[in-house]
Design a binder for this molecule. Structure first.
Ligand code: 2P0
Length: 332
């Protein structure tokens, strides 16, 4: 039996990804920029074993038939590289609530690619791992790396230049992320189909895409200078422009609920009236993620916890990239 275990953390995009130029190869229309978290993680063990017959997947100890197709498709890429036809058993565990809207697909597929490739004896560079993770889920390409990470959209039709690169290590600017969980309902439109709907029908899509390159440049400069106010400005405007594009889809994609908007107002007020270094971002769901300095984290957590409709508040620092667990050491 060939087996390996890996751990990866979710990431939160500050300059957002919304739109695919090639859905089959999962190529993004534009780049994106994210921060990788630390205390929240997915841990995955992959065991290739001829006696299994077919692939199996367990999520938090339970059979997960709904996750099997994407998992097997990702393993097929690894098997193709290794010239293997062995079926696999995948056991994966998240230490955070899946309903927290923390892109468990990002940490999940990053951990799967790192563990699966190691189990098959493939010695892949971090860039190759990022490309393979991207094929499974666009945001997973970023969770291969820690700290501040930029996803490059690339221009090639084959996707060989569409991968993530590290921008700045987690310790070099140790920010915090406070997550306000406002709903535990499963999302109605998943990111993949949502992006396709927006690209096809939103009259604002070209305008959204036109913002991304300038926002990436502004975010890079803010990170280089450790300029929190500049990062806050770009982070909030990228999030809001993406949601404007989603809202203009036909039918409309409205991922927010009332508590989402209430959290946004609370964070803007904390910053504008009291000078608290914090800014919000929201993904394809109703949860609000607030990026702040470590000094502001308890203040932000208390403020979000006081919003009617907020069910849970999670706090994380920034962390490292996906890595192997056990004797094999770190992969990235
Ligand atoms: C992001 N999101 O940049 C954006 C913002 C959601 C909103 O990346 O179809 O689950 O698997 O490539 O990676 C979520 O998209 O999409 C996402 P697929 P994924 O974080």
């Amino acid at each position: 039996m060939l087996t390996a275990r890996a751990r990866a953390q979710p990431n939160i995009a500050l300059v957002k990804y919304w739109g695919k130029r090639d859905p089959a190869l999962n190529l993004p229309e534009r780049g994106s920029l994210s921060i990788t978290l630390d205390t929240l993680w997915t841990q995955t063990q992959v065991s290739f074993d001829a006696s299994l017959g077919v692939d199996h997947m367990l999520l938090d100890g339970r059979d997960c038939p709904e996750g099997l197709a994407r998992t097997s498709a990702c393993l097929d890429l690894l098997r193709g590289l290794a010239g293997s036809h062995l079926p696999a058993r995948v056991e994966t565990h998240n230490n955070f609530p899946t309903a927290a809207g923390l892109a468990s697909s990002a940490s999940g597929f990053a951990a799967l690619v790192v563990a699966g490739s190691a189990a098959l004896g493939l010695r892949l560079e971090a860039r190759e791992l990022s490309i393979l993770a991207r094929r499974a889920s666009g945001s997973a390409a970023r969770s291969i790396f820690g700290g501040f990470v930029e996803m490059r959209a690339g221009v090639g039709a084959d996707g060989s230049d569409a991968y993530a690169v590290p921008v700045l290590g987690a310790a070099a600017w140790p920010l915090c992320v406070v997550v306000a969980v406002t709903s535990s309902q499963a999302k109605t439109v998943h990111s993949g189909p949502g992006m396709q709907l927006t690209r096809r029908t939103s009259p604002y899509h070209a305008a959204w895409l036109a913002t991304v390159d300038d926002d990436l440049a502004a975010a890079r400069t803010a990170i280089e200078r450790r300029d929190f106010a500049a990062l806050a400005a770009v982070g909030e405007r990228s999030c809001l422009a993406m949601h404007a594009d989603m809202l203009a889809s036909r039918p409309a994609l409205i991922y927010w609920i009332g508590a989402t908007l209430e959290c946004i107002h609370v964070i803007r007020e904390l910053r504008e009236r009291e000078g608290v270094e914090a800014f919000f971002t929201v993904d394809a769901g109703p949860q609000v993620k607030v990026v702040c300095t470590p000094a502001a984290a308890s203040r932000v957590a208390a403020a979000l916890g006081g919003v009617v409709g907020v069910q849970e508040v999670l706090v994380s620092g920034l962390g490292g990239g996906a890595h192997l667990l056990g004797d094999a050491g770190a992969a990235a």
